[in-house]
Write a new protein. Structure first.
Length: 94
């Protein structure tokens, strides 16, 4: 595969995953190993009632703090986040 073909393939896959992420009924946030927001879908913002100014800031800490206030089990959510932050494990549902 030529470099241009490889790059085009990666871009196609990225676009596909972005579409899947945005079309889901669940709120999804993907946080990288350095605590940066890699992806977040509109549904996450809707479910958590995230205001526009917080959406633009893209602060993981502020976004999580806001989300905690909307959850029925915020302590369990925070505990799972802390556990994941101190491991190499991934979680698909918290």
């Amino acid at each position: 595969m030529k470099p241009d073909d490889h790059e085009r393939s990666l871009m196609t896959r990225e676009a596909m995953w972005a579409t899947v992420l945005q079309s889901g009924a669940d709120g999804i946030i993907v946080v990288g190993p350095s605590d940066e927001i890699l992806m977040v879908n509109e549904r996450f913002f809707e479910i958590c009632g995230v205001p526009d100014e917080l959406r633009r800031i893209q602060s993981t800490q502020r976004l999580v703090e806001h989300a905690l206030g909307t959850l029925t089990r915020p302590l369990e959510f925070r505990a799972e986040l802390e556990r994941l932050n101190h491991s190499n494990e991934e979680s698909w549902s918290i």
